[in-house]
Design a binder for this molecule. Structure first.
Ligand SMILES: Nc1ncnc2c1ncn2[C@@H]1O[C@H](COP(=O)(O)OP(=O)(O)O)[C@@H](O)[C@H]1O
Ligand SMILES: [Mg+2]
Length: 329
């Protein structure tokens, strides 16, 4: 049974649809990478799962955690799940830590709140977790303030804090984007080790394909509020089925080699959600665009372990109104 099952999730802010039928599942202990350009709806997906969207947002579809429906859940139910069973790490560690409180005080508060631990027991557990995220001299770190730590260390503190309540699922939204490349690799390695040791499921959100390739068993690619391709990470990265995934891969920086190569980029911009193109939202930028792409949005179809929403390679999905038939003549 899946730990988290998101089904046909739609999110609207007034008349603007930002998520348009997002479905995915994460099994216990599994890691899923959610990738896509900025604005594709990754953070909105995470916020919807955690019930953190503004009250004015319209949310449709289903968000099941084990057998509990979270969509439309009240404050009390969400409070039971958030933090203790599903934890979250955001991009910017400085804004998630209280600058005026010592690290130990902030960590102990989480434990006292979730487990009713004594202060001494909470500090003991906090030190153990700092050690687990490979922070040296954890006892001393507990007495320091956030600004006394480096960016990479602060992000590891946040991961440790997220894990204090022993959640079953960790949602990490661009957890290493603010860090430089070597520190990023260290933080990701810590996350990966912890996940395996604790049997934690991970939803790792990133715009960086390099991050998913090393850290996620499965990946889903988002474009304009929809998942356009999903599957086993190694398979998707070696044989992308969707032209958008292929284009993302072609624009990946190659770090090896004598000198940096000039990167191609995907021509055009992702659509503004308020002005989504008719048909496939990627069609204006797609090198393989066909007439049907501009009139009919492809559905996400599953074949064995892979799903893909694209007309290329489909049986022609003949429109019923006859008008577009000429396009196939
Ligand atoms: N409150 C809101 N009202 C209207 N549009 C919003 C709101 N919040 C987010 N959006 C839009 O939703 C889209 C997806 O945003 P987001 O999930 O943050 O993207 P990502 O995390 O993939 O970069 C963006 O186009 C963003 O501008
Ligand atoms: Mg985001």
């Amino acid at each position: 049974m899946s730990l988290l099952t998101v089904d046909a999730l739609r999110v609207r802010h007034r008349a603007v649809t930002v998520l348009d039928g997002v479905s995915f599942a994460i099994a216990a202990g599994e890691s899923l990478g959610l990738v896509g350009e900025s604005g594709s709806g990754k953070s909105q997906t995470a916020l919807a799962v955690l019930g953190l969207l503004p009250a004015t947002a319209t949310v449709e579809g289903s968000i099941r955690f084990r057998d509990e429906e979270l969509r439309g859940a009240g404050r009390a139910q969400l409070d039971r799940v958030r933090g203790s069973r599903i934890a979250m790490v955001f991009q910017d560690p400085m804004s998630s830590l209280n600058p005026y409180l010592r690290i130990g005080v902030q960590m102990a508060e989480v434990l006292q709140q979730h487990r009713g631990s004594s202060r001494a027991a909470a500090l003991h557990d906090a030190a153990r977790l700092l050690d687990a995220v490979r922070i040296s001299d954890p006892r001393r770190r507990l007495t320091q303030y956030p600004h006394e730590l480096s960016g990479g260390m602060r992000q590891r503190v946040l991961i440790a804090m997220a894990l204090l309540a022993q959640p079953e699922l960790l949602i990490a939204d661009e957890p290493t984007t603010a860090l430089d490349v070597t520190v990023q690799a260290e933080v990701l390695a810590v996350l990966d080790d912890l996940r395996r040791d604790l049997g934690l499921a991970l939803l790792l959100i990133t715009h960086d394909l390099g991050v998913v390739s090393g850290n996620c068993e499965r990946m889903a690619v988002m474009y304009a509020g929809r998942i356009v391709e999903a599957g086993n990470t190694a398979d998707v990265l070696t044989r992308p089925a969707h032209p958008y995934t292929a284009a993302l891969l072609a624009t990946r920086p190659v770090l090896e080699g004598p000198r940096p190569i000039r990167l191609p980029s995907i021509a055009g911009q992702p659509p503004d959600p308020a002005r989504r193109p008719q048909g496939c939202a990627f069609s204006p930028r797609c090198q393989q665009v066909m007439p049907i792409c501009q009139t009919h949005a492809p559905v996400l179809r599953q074949q064995r372990d892979r799903s893909c929403a694209c007309h290329v390679g489909d049986e022609p999905l003949l429109p019923t109104d006859g008008a577009a038939d000429r396009n196939f003549a």
